[in-house]
Design a binder for this molecule. Structure first.
Ligand code: IPD
Length: 283
């Protein structure tokens, strides 16, 4: 293959999607084989941010498979970043990978975890895939082509009224008292404001619940780019919005997100949240 053809091939979004999806299915089988057993884990940063052998194996399978096909592509992976590799997003085609989002659930055998993988080219997200092999839930999007749940087109609910909104959020993976104070304060505020609040342990699955109209809002402080990169595109392709929790533009590296079924709802939730700015950022 000539170098020009190779470069063109590396930016063929449809081909990238097909290769990634096949690898995601393979990686899903690794997760599936171990779904019912309690797993041993290590704790990152002394908090409750867990990592299992499966997280590492899945990330390796995905990265090696993608590297073999797309030589020029870069990677931002949760486990690689935890190992000290800096998460820098450049204009180069970059895969942003969470091998097991919801590792705590996976460790306990609670069947609500997923692989989350996104492809960003020139800082624009082109592909998002979120796959929970335990419940056979596959969420996909290619920019400009809509969002899909198990190959069926999905849409957000379109809800605008906080009183009628089902909201998802998480306690997160740090026990930092400052952060926990804000989390509890926000749960209290939301409990008084919205229809209902759910916390199921996977940021990526929270996002895609908004995309399919099963939830109306997801917000969280402390997430990482790999938790939300795929979900962000899937939500927007389903007709929803992602913004910064203070009301401005969503920044994937800021570790802050609101995803919602409408801009009105997103801004109303933003107005009511106590803000938190996790440090360090992802870049
Ligand atoms: C975590 C989960 C959790 C969320 C954290 C994430 P991980 O991802 O999505 O629900 O609260 O912010 O970091 O560590 O299981 O991949």
């Amino acid at each position: 293959m000539s170098s020009t053809t190779m470069a063109e091939d590396d930016k063929d979004v449809q081909k990238c999607f097909e290769v990634a999806l096949e690898l995601v299915y393979k990686a899903g089988n690794i997760i599936l084989e171990r779904k019912n057993s309690r797993k041993s884990f290590v704790c990152k940063e002394g908090d409750i941010d867990l990592v299992t052998e499966t997280d590492k194996q899945v990330e390796k399978l995905l990265m090696n498979g993608l590297k073999a096909q797309f030589k020029s592509h870069k990677f931002i992976g949760e486990e690689e970043s935890a190992g000290g590799v800096t998460a820098r997003l450049t204009d180069a085609p970059t895969w942003i990978i969470d091998p097991v989002d919801g590792t705590m659930n996976f460790v306990h055998g609670f069947p609500h975890s997923c692989i989350s993988i996104a492809l960003v080219i020139n800082q624009v997200t082109e592909i998002g895939i979120v796959y929970n092999p335990m419940l056979n839930q596959k969420f996909t999007a290619i920019r400009g082509e809509g969002a899909f749940y198990n190959d069926k087109l999905i849409n957000v609910s379109g809800e605008k009224d906080p009183k009628k909104a089902l909201v998802t959020s998480e306690f997160g993976t740090t026990r930092d008292p400052e952060k926990l104070k804000v989390v509890i304060e926000n749960f209290n505020k939301m409990a008084a404001l919205v229809h209902g609040i759910r916390s199921l342990g996977s940021a990526a699955l929270n996002m895609v619940m908004v995309a399919m109209g099963a939830a109306d809002v997801n917000y969280e402080f402390g997430i990482h780019a790999w938790d939300v990169a795929a979900g962000d595109l899937i939500v927007r392709e389903a007709g929803g919005v992602t913004i910064d929790p203070a009301g401005g533009e969503f920044d994937m590296m800021s570790r802050r997100v609101i995803a919602a079924s409408s801009m009105e709802l997103a801004q109303e939730i933003a107005k009511n949240l106590t803000q938190f700015y996790p440090q360090p950022r992802d870049d």
